[in-house]
Design a protein around this ligand. Sequence first.
Ligand code: SAM
Length: 263
Amino acid sequence: MQPKKSLGQNFLANDSIAERIANSANFSSRENVLEIGPGTGILTKYLAKKAAKVLALEIDRDLAGKLQKEKYKNTKIIEGDILKINLPRLIEENNFKEYKVVANLPYYITSKIIRLLLETKYTPQEMVLMVQKEVGERIVALDGKESILSISVKFYADPELLFDVSRENFDPSPEVDSAVIRIKRKENIPDIDIKQFFSLVRAGFSSKRKMLVNNLSSSFQISKDKILEWMKKSGLEPGVRAEKLGVEDWVKLYEVIGNEQFR
Ligand code: SAM
């Protein structure tokens, strides 16, 4: 069977890395796991050993069919598209309300899947994900350069880079290296209007090279003086760029602006 490039089918071809990924989720014997895109099942095999129950969702009918024949006792292979399936229903039907996600993600939809899992009704406590290395680094933003993606993750969770995986460990070998990251759900997320909050964040990042004040002023059609007044109240320097703001800075700014602009 030829790997389907359009479905991001770069299969992991190194058992010890698959085992290391499964181990990184630190399963207790009663924890369940959702795997997205099990593919040939290299990771599924280790997840089945470590977790209580495994749900594995694969879009490719041929691969799903093959895996269904493997018959691991505690594993259910489902054919479906993670972006289209009714995830809350799947979770409810399988009594999965507390679960982890472990996956070597299809790279063409990485951000969409992460967002979906952070925002869905029953969010996983923890995700251990293999992603494109550059995306992993952008999410964690150890270089101090935040992005819409990193803020979207850090609003809900604490991300951490675990280890790199070079491209030779895949078949076919992709053009980029990979990294395994952990995204751990926060106990408490700010109790604010999430849509409005992210409209502020998006406005702040609207032009990469511009300062925050200019981006907010042009996006919201509000004078720079007013924006600078809000920024000062939030403890932000006038010349700051969006990439320098952490989640707490955004929340503070949102709350300062909130009363006047969003209500
Ligand atoms: N887990 C396997 C491994 O580590 O070798 C396969 C990983 S491969 C990078 C991504 C897998 O996700 C492929 O099997 C692909 O068919 C599947 N996939 C792609 N898009 C998907 C979607 N929307 N929903 C579910 N699975 C998807």
